[in-house]
Design a protein. Sequence first.
Length: 321
Amino acid sequence: MGRSPCCDESGLKKGPWTPEEDEKLLQYIQKNGHGSWRTLPRLAGLNRCGKSCRLRWTNYLRPDIKRGKFSQEEEQTILHLHSILGNKWSAIATHLPGRTDNEIKNFWNTHLKKRLIQMGFDPMTHRPRTDFFAALPQLIALAALRDQLAADPAASAQLQAGAGGVDVAIQAAKLQYLQCLLQSAATTIDGIASTAVAGSAPDAEAAALGALCSPQGTQDSTAPASAASDQLLPSCTFPEAPVSSEANQGGLGYGGGADVDVFACHGGASLPPLADLSDAATNPSADGCSATASSSFGGGAGSPLPWPEFFPDDPFITDFL
DNA sequence: AATGAAGGCAACCGCAGAAGG
DNA sequence: GCCTTCTGCGGTTGCCTTCAT
């Protein structure tokens, strides 16, 4: 496992490529192919190491490189594959024609990852964040509230009918949300090993490929992709959280149970731009279903979480998002 | 207009596996 | 089977641009 000595050679140029260097490399490869990357620089008259040439070619000069912003469909593909494969950028890149692993990696690190975090998802597991211990006192208070309501249904009904009903409903909804997080945390702990190494598991990759290669979406739960995904990514849907049918049908045609789970986590189509989060917060709707249906997230698909639109200004909830 | 902060991206570094002798 | 070389990959860095003050 010797280290490549190519970059240890002194006197080789580093840093940004000049147009002249690009031209030399392009001309040479178009004429001769890249052959051995190690010998290429000398043959092409470049004072660079082979590694640098290969990187420049694969990430920038290759004629089939697609430049520009990632489309929503590409974004969905990345999210979907990342949820299954993890940081296997090259594997992900094979399913995005014209995109390089480096580009995808950068896009993930600078955009998607941040959005997931801001939405309260763990970017590695694609599951709701579970750092709820900071909110333990509130959790206890909510649990007490639940007990109180359970013990006195009449009072509960009265409260809900009266002026305080909204507050109670909100508190109950919070409680339900927290219970979901707790449940999610438990399953995360159980499955964290398999989830964390999902990308390195050949079966997982095969499953992902199977899902992609599947000629049409299928609800057949015996399909390998579905089965594998169910194992690796236990359902993380939220109570009452609507799973956009558009999301499962949209664009990619992955189909199958795998997509249901994965996109339920992400709330359907692509993630909203960061700005949209505040938009959603300032535009609460009357109920969870309509709230998500009317969300501006990702091309009109459902919101990932109904709760922020219930009580967008609540610091307790925003702490989670 | 100047300056600092933040974001985005190209490129480098080092590790690991494959291939060949 | 062992060693060396080469290639590919993922993580990280640093520069450049944009935005905010």
